[in-house]
Design a protein around this ligand. Structure first.
Ligand code: ADP
Ligand code: MG
Length: 296
């Protein structure tokens, strides 16, 4: 027993020192409009990235209902709120998801995180330090819209995936979101993922149209991550509280999630903008000037 425990802790220490300097990509998944599939994307992309050898941590910053835990049939016990209150360690609140992914249940929003006492901030940053080296990718489900909460988590991340569906309302809202992020927060680059497309051609058309809209008035660049088809397997998987890539790995949606995960890995920035994972957390706990009320 003792030997096993010693061995385990040695392996863990090896792991920690091996990964100490590995950069972590902090990627926010956001959208203008709600219900376009952000949470679906986050969950399935996480598993697909994990299959490509990435260690993935999900940060659920979505304050509304219908979260990742429900989608994946998980029951989180404690949340970030318990860490802030000193009732739990960060490591203890992590929920083990399918295929090795880990979920960090937030429930605390921008308001709580930017209004911490000095002691709470220091405590949280120390906790976060211990998370470093345990993940290659931190995927953040920000929730929908342009509320200060959504912008707060989006601006703190290094990379931004905008999820859009082919509906004009979704495209208009995605445009509005990118406009605010570029004009008020100097965000210059976005990755676009078209969800619920009827075909690859439709996905590409949505991308081209958004680029056209953006080129007329904004100083930003958008790269195309690809599309996820509208696929009944997604809905069927939702009903069974499983990820579609897990339950129906050969479905059209699952295949495209795998493809998008590969594109995302190929598209890794050479030098990560905006620092590392600590920087993300520092921005969160210091507040990142998203402003009190953000209106379109
Ligand atoms: N590619 C898709 N094909 C079919 N249905 C989808 C697809 N993506 C999302 N959906 C449906 O849309 C619903 C909302 O997705 P969700 O990820 O919860 O949206 P959001 O997080 O953006 O509010 C899902 O429960 C699912 O039924
Ligand atoms: Mg959601």
């Amino acid at each position: 027993m003792d030997q096993v425990a010693t061995l385990r802790s040695m392996t863990r220490q090896d792991q920690v020192s091996r990964d100490l300097h590995a950069p972590v990509r902090v990627i926010a998944v956001t959208s203008g409009k709600g219900g376009v599939g952000k949470t679906i994307v986050v969950a399935n992309l996480a598993i697909s990235l994990s299959r490509l050898g990435q260690r993935v941590l999900l940060f659920d910053a979505n304050l509304s209902l219908g979260n990742i835990d429900v989608l994946l049939g998980l029951t989180p016990g404690r949340t970030l709120g318990d860490v802030l209150a000193g009732r739990a360690r960060l490591q203890e609140i992590l929920v083990q998801g399918p295929e090795g992914i880990q979920i960090l249940p937030a429930t605390s929003g921008a308001q709580e995180l930017s209004a911490l006492t000095e002691e709470q901030r220091a405590g949280l940053l120390t906790e976060v330090d211990q998370l470093d080296g345990t993940a290659d990718v931190l995927l953040v489900d920000t929730g929908a819209g342009v509320s200060s909460n959504v912008l707060y988590f989006t601006v703190a991340a290094q990379e931004i995936i905008v999820v859009v569906s082919p509906e004009p309302t979704s495209m208009a809202d995605a445009y509005a979101l990118m406009k605010i992020l570029s004009m008020r927060h100097a965000e210059r680059s976005f990755k676009l993922l078209v969800n619920s497309a009827r075909s690859a051609a439709e996905g590409m058309e949505v991308y081209r149209n958004l680029v056209k809209m953006v080129d007329r008035s904004l100083d930003v660049s958008i790269s195309y991550l690809g599309h996820i088809p509208a696929d009944d397997h997604v809905t069927m998987a939702v009903r069974r509280q499983r990820a579609v890539v897990d339950l129906y790995p050969r479905s059209p949606a699952a295949r495209n999630f795998a493809e998008v995960a590969r594109t995302l890995l190929d598209d890794a920035p050479v030098v990560l903008p905006k620092g590392n994972i600590q920087f993300f957390w520092q921005r969160l706990v210091r507040g990142n000037e998203t402003g009190e009320s953000v209106n379109r």
